[in-house]
Design a protein around this ligand. Structure first.
Ligand code: SF4
Length: 391
């Protein structure tokens, strides 16, 4: 197989947020609006732990090409804490000179000196958690920022000369209308970021929304409106010059997120920190979602105990992830890794979807059409998985 086995990407989870948004089921700790002594001690303890994990964890001899600080709210880290983590990463794993170093930041959680410090430390891409430009919707989602905070945040990024930033948006929220969604898209476009992520709300049972609402029932938009929101994003953003390069992601030419492309190509990566998952040597390993267990695991020397994925699991993951990309799946690579017969079988399973214009292929790639194939991706994948595992 020519699967790459050594990671050159690292995700670092910073699990602190001022409050929990009503749709979020991520592994986080809520620390409130003010950094009290207790909160800053908790963050400092966590920074010690993640540095220890980097120092004693698995290492491969290939410098990192991408680093991604996600959360949580990584902008709750001080500049000194971020510098320290990057220094430990560089010393232990190496960071390539042209590496993409991304950081998720939330409006209202950072100052001008912080952004200056982060960029001087090496961060060269920011992802701003906007979600909506509508104050009522932001409030109804339990977000701690408001519309004015978004513009202030963008202003701070621009004052420091940051051009490479992304805006995160969510569609399909309770009470959200098509008109409100269109306004949010237009406001995002007017800011002229280099990248926009547009996610459809996923109702997770453990969240406040999951307990309060039923999928497809009011006040959530119905399936038709949700699909229309997806089409609207595709139309508005591509018309504004963004490439729709992944099912939920849009970029100006040259500004695709290099780090996330590693996931979609099913390539290996380090996952570091509480709740993070790593993937290398065919092993996916998720860390505990509580800080206490995560700290205990570090005390035990960070053992990685997980079964190695078999070829079928790797094939299904490669399909699930690769079909998210507009460029789709590289069939030459698929044939080299899984055999020509597998490629022939996949094409045969998807023949009727090709006839309906949902899937396209040529000699070298197989991809879903945009937007209709992407909208039907779950059904198409379910059919593929079903038939590939029953033969
Ligand atoms: S800010 Fe992000 S990570 Fe934190 S609770 Fe809200 S959605 Fe979850």
């Amino acid at each position: 197989m020519f699967i790459i086995n050594y990671p050159q990407a690292a995700y670092l989870h910073i699990p602190f947020c001022r409050r929990r948004c009503y749709y979020c089921d991520f592994a986080i700790s809520v620390v409130g609006d003010n950094a009290t002594g207790e909160t800053s001690q908790s963050i400092a303890r966590y920074v010690d732990a993640i540095c220890q994990e980097i120092q004693q964890g698995v290492k491969f001899d290939a410098p990192l090409q991408t680093v991604f600080f996600g959360g949580g709210t990584p902008s709750l880290l001080s500049v000194g804490q971020l510098e320290r983590i990057l220094a430990v990463l560089d010393a232990c794993l190496g960071i390539a000179p042209q590496a993409e170093i991304s950081m998720e930041v939330d409006p209202g959680t950072f100052t001008l000196p912080q952004i200056q410090g982060y960029t001087q430390a090496g961060v060269n891409r920011f992802s701003l958690g906007v979600q909506s430009f509508d104050d009522e919707i932001l409030q109804a989602c339990g977000r701690s920022h408001r519309r004015k905070d978004i513009f202030q945040a963008v202003d701070l990024l621009r004052q420091v000369g940051v051009q490479n930033f992304s805006l995160d948006l969510i569609s399909g929220l309770p009470h959200q209308t098509l008109t409100q969604w269109q306004n949010t898209l237009q406001e995002a476009i007017a800011i002229a970021p280099r990248h926009i992520s547009s996610y459809d709300l996923v109702l997770e049972p453990v969240t406040a929304f999951g307990k309060q609402y039923q999928p497809g029932e009011k006040p959530l938009p119905n399936d038709e409106d949700t699909a229309e929101m997806y089409r609207l994003a595709q139309q508005e953003l591509t018309r504004a010059g963004f490439e729709h390069y992944e099912i939920s992601n849009y970029a100006q030419p040259g500004f695709q997120c290099r780090h996330n492309r590693v996931y979609w190509r099913n390539e290996p990566y380090y996952g570091l920190g509480m709740g993070a998952a790593s993937y290398f040597n065919g092993q996916r390993f998720g860390r505990s979602r509580t800080r206490r267990e995560y700290y205990d695991w570090i005390e035990k020397g960070c053992p990685i105990i997980s079964p190695v994925s078999d070829d079928t699991e790797i094939l299904l993951e490669t399909l699930m992830l690769g079909l998210r990309l507009a460029t789709g799946i590289n069939l030459d690579r698929m044939a080299a890794n899984f055999g020509e017969n597998t490629v022939t079988q996949i094409k045969s399973i998807l023949k009727s979807e090709r006839d309906r214009g949902l899937v396209h292929w040529d000699r070298h790639s197989l991809r879903l059409s945009d937007p209709e194939g992407f909208l039907w991706s779950n059904t198409i994948l379910a059919k593929l998985f079903d038939q590939l595992t029953s033969t």
